[in-house]
Design a protein around this ligand. Structure first.
Ligand SMILES: [Zn+2]
Length: 368
């Protein structure tokens, strides 16, 4: 039954996609035509109908952009009353996980639903929305994204198309996403399938940005704090904190179990500093819904994120102090972490990255 539904959904959507892929030239052509006709007939019946057709077409294309095929993503996990998270895959983004390799969370408040992370593409955002609708009929009123990465941002145009007016991101993350949009979209499309990312648009101009914090009144006497404690995994990042419920969503500042991935823009020394600020600001018993991995405790994300970085820093410093070079990085012992997901894909690069940070080496370029 599930398979049949998916297959039907897919064939229905592939019809739309063929329209959507020709969207720009087609819509623009009709808009131009309507414009031209106006010039000829001064508001008569023909230009009006062409105008209407151009608008209808735009609507259809817009719809195709967010109907997507509903993806069989995991059921959201209940973190607390009204608070849910879909725990993303702990491995790399690829066609089998649709780019769902971070956590997509939603929180039901008195005045509406708050979504944290727009998702890696509009189809994922749509699929998350279907889950939200199973839990509540309240509208999604707020969307915040953890950082500039594709799995935080590329689904944002879906939420804009749904009428969401309040979108939040750190100012640096919003600039980074805007400036990298084409490269980020292309990179995620290549990894998970261009048919999923195709309809994603750069809606960074719709975001309300902040530098330190914003407080959002979500009704019922409750507020959500949207904060930044400094750079780390990414130069700009967003933490969502629910003081009344003692729950925090630190984004990629905090990982649970999964091996850390370091990109060209990752500053691991700042990450450690930022993590300390975060630890000191939070109640010790706060519930943590991390950027990667299942909901857990502050102690667990400290161990899997902060302690790992501190250990790597100490080992790399020791190697450098003894005259070791990049040729000797196999002396860095990471076997204690070998059971962590994506260990094989990350541990060598993590040693190289940190070594180069400490020695001023070239960190390359990432379009994640
Ligand atoms: Zn991430």
């Amino acid at each position: 039954m599930q398979t049949l539904k998916l297959a039907l959904g897919f064939s229905l959507i592939s019809g739309f996609i063929s329209v959507a892929s020709a969207s720009d030239a087609y819509t623009e052509g009709f808009e131009h035509y309507a414009q031209e006709m106006k010039g000829y007939a001064d508001g008569g019946i023909i230009p009006l109908s062409v105008d209407q057709y151009a608008r209808d077409l735009k609507q259809t294309i817009k719809k195709a952009g967010y109907i997507g095929k509903q993806l069989p993503i995991p059921q959201a996990e209940k973190v607390a009353d009204g608070i849910y998270t879909v725990v993303g895959s702990l491995i790399w983004h690829n066609p089998s996980n649709y780019g769902l390799n971070n956590n997509l969370s939603f929180m039901v408040f008195e005045d509406g639903v708050f979504v944290f992370n727009a998702g890696a593409n509009p189809a994922l955002a749509y699929s998350l929305h279907q889950q939200i609708k199973q839990v509540t009929d309240k509208p999604v009123k707020w969307v915040a994204v953890e950082n500039s990465q594709g799995h935080a941002y590329l689904g944002a145009s879906y939420w804009v198309d749904q009428g969401v007016k309040h979108l939040y991101s750190h100012s640096v993350a919003n600039d980074d996403f805007h400036n990298g949009f084409e490269a980020i979209k292309n990179s995620w499309g290549t990894r998970v399938g261009h048919e999923l990312t195709e309809s994603a648009r750069d809606v960074s101009d719709r975001f309300t940005t902040f530098d330190d914090s914003i407080t959002v009144d979500v009704g019922g006497g409750e507020s959500v704090q949207i904060m930044n404690y400094g750079p780390g995994h990414t130069p700009g990042s967003t933490i969502v904190y629910l003081p009344k419920r003692n729950i925090v969503f630190p984004g990629d500042l905090a990982y649970n179990k999964r091996m850390l991935a370091l990109f060209s823009y990752t500053d691991t020394r700042k990450w450690v500093d930022t993590f300390e600020v975060f630890m000191n600001a939070m109640p010790q018993d706060v519930k943590v819904v991390p950027g990667h991995g299942a909901p857990t405790s502050l102690q667990q994300v400290k161990k899997d994120t902060y302690d790992y970085l501190k250990d790597m820093h100490a080992q790399v410093e020791k190697l450098i102090a003894s005259g070791g070079t990049e040729q000797n990085l196999d002396q860095i012992d990471q076997t204690a972490y070998s059971d962590r997901p994506v260990y094989e894909q990350t541990y060598r690069n993590n040693a190289v990255h940190i070594y180069r940070e400490f020695t001023g080496g070239d960190l390359g370029e990432s379009n994640e």
